[in-house]
Ligand binder design. Structure first.
Ligand SMILES: [Cu+2]
Length: 142
C-alpha cells in the first residue's frame, strides 16, 4: 500500500517536470536605452503543453525590478500598464514585442549594455521556472 502510493507520487512529479519543459522562449532581447532609463525586454513564449499556462513574473540580476508590462493606446497616447499575468494557450504562443507586452527592466545594471547577454528567470502559474538568455541591443534594435 505504502509502496504504491509512493509510485503514484513519483509519477505525478515526472508529469509536472514534463509540463514545465513544454514551455520554451525564443528571440529574447533587451532594448537598452541611454543612462539609467528602463530597458524593455522582448521575446516569444511557446506552450507545447496540453493545458494553458500563465507567465506570472520575471527577475534578472541585470535589473532592479523586472515587471510584466503592456503598452496600449489611450486616445492616441501610448501608455504602459503593469499586468498580473499573461496566459499562453495550450499549443500556442504569445509574442512580447514593441507596442504590446514587454518586460520592464528598471534600474538596469552596468552589465546591461548592447552586445552583452543577460540571464532572465521567468516564473509560471504552474510553479515552474524557465531560464533564458536575453541579448542586449541598442535603442534601434541592433
Ligand atoms: Cu513598460
Amino acid at each position: 500500500m505504502r509502496f504504491s502510493l509512493y509510485s503514484l507520487l513519483t509519477i505525478a512529479a515526472l508529469v509536472t517536470a514534463a509540463e514545465a519543459a513544454s514551455v520554451t522562449v525564443s528571440d529574447a532581447w533587451f532594448r537598452a536605452l541611454p543612462g539609467k532609463l528602463p530597458a524593455a525586454g522582448y521575446f516569444s513564449v511557446t506552450n507545447a503543453g496540453r493545458g494553458p499556462v500563465a507567465l506570472t513574473g520575471a527577475q534578472s540580476p541585470g535589473c532592479g525590478m523586472l515587471m510584466l508590462h503592456m503598452t496600449h493606446n489611450m486616445g492616441g497616447m501610448m501608455q504602459m500598464m503593469a499586468v498580473e499575468q499573461v496566459e499562453v494557450p495550450a499549443g500556442g504562443h504569445v509574442a512580447f514585442a514593441p507596442g504590446g507586452y514587454h518586460l520592464m527592466c528598471t534600474e538596469p545594471a552596468a552589465a546591461l549594455k548592447p552586445g552583452a547577454n543577460v540571464p532572465v528567470t521567468l516564473r509560471f502559474s504552474d510553479g515552474s521556472q524557465l531560464n533564458a538568455i536575453f541579448a542586449v541591443r541598442t535603442a534601434t534594435g541592433r
